[in-house]
Design a protein around this ligand. Sequence first.
Ligand SMILES: Cc1ncc(COP(=O)(O)O)c(C=O)c1O
Length: 385
Amino acid sequence: MSLAPFGAAALNQALIGQAGSRSRLETPAAVLDLDIFERNIATLADTCKRAGIAFRPHAKSHKCAEIARRQMAAGASGICCAKPGELLALFEGGANDLTLSAPIASGAKIDALARAAAKGARIGVVVDRLDLVAAYAEAAARHGARFDVFVDLDTGLNRSGVANGQEAVSLARAITDQPSLRYVGVQAYQGRVQHIDDFAARRSANDAANRILAAMLEVLKQAGLAPGIVSGGGTGSHLLDGQAQVLTEVQPGSYVFMDEAYDPVDIYGNGGPEFGPALRVAVTVIGHSSPGFAITDGGSKSFALDGPPPRVFRSGEPIGRIEWCGDEFGRILPEPGHGTIPIGTVVECTVPHCDPTINLHDFLHVVSEDRLVSLWSVEARGRAD
Ligand SMILES: Cc1ncc(COP(=O)(O)O)c(C=O)c1O
């Protein structure tokens, strides 16, 4: 369900289509540079297609039904979600091929997922416990629905998943025994690999995870339970996964937006950057601190701070970095040659970490060149449940 704009987005709505509106936004406002975003979507889809690997992008990074729709239009095999609340919000927003990429332990949430499946959505889930297989089977049967089920494998992240082939076989067998479940494959997400900056070091970490995965896949194959889909990987590893051909699909999330945490990662091994900073937060200069630094109206309530400090752009030109000075304030540390920035100036900042930053915003202000072109609601914002 697309929300009617409120707050700064409601004030900004009147600017849609106006020349120069990009630099007149009410702030703080999450901004999506449409041109960079579309290039990011196309680059990943193209890389995966050429490598012969499918992609099931992760919505934890954007939480937005319109972005999920565009990822599907670019050829995605479905959309991953991190939490039931995130999945259900995107389902309400119109997405209908959604996979919950983590095991859960709540009968009420399993029931809500089964109700979505009964309404016609294709709902995928992952399991790493036999009782969870039974709970999904019971809820799906009760609602006359069916879940697509992935066995979750741990290849070194030590977060979820079973770490040996025999346990994977038991789970796969339990799934195939249930008429309300469909055994579609396995998930093996190796999160530690994704942010290794150096390409060769990332390749060798990914290869190590793939050796663990390949051994478990062999045990499943010997048991007659070879998975149809082998899902995992992310923005940092998708090219390597396409080359290794152990996974059959990747789950990249951050690539749509990018952030300062990913900026140093040499994703394709050629010095990059292949993916640009599409997500920004626009802030306004509201004053000057005593040594003359410009103070902005956005702090930790507008940016998740768990990453390197943002770069600041004024009319598209980089002018410095943000230093935090409170929940509602930032301080611009200008590069030489960029002097006083007048009060009322709107600048755009890259984000330290995109996933938790978008979780702070109800709307994306979609901009192209110098103008605001649309508002997209972030339906699953706040849905960490
Ligand atoms: C299970 C799973 N898949 C995919 C991703 C996407 O990773 P990235 O944003 O690095 O592409 C994540 C991110 O945390 C994840 O937890």
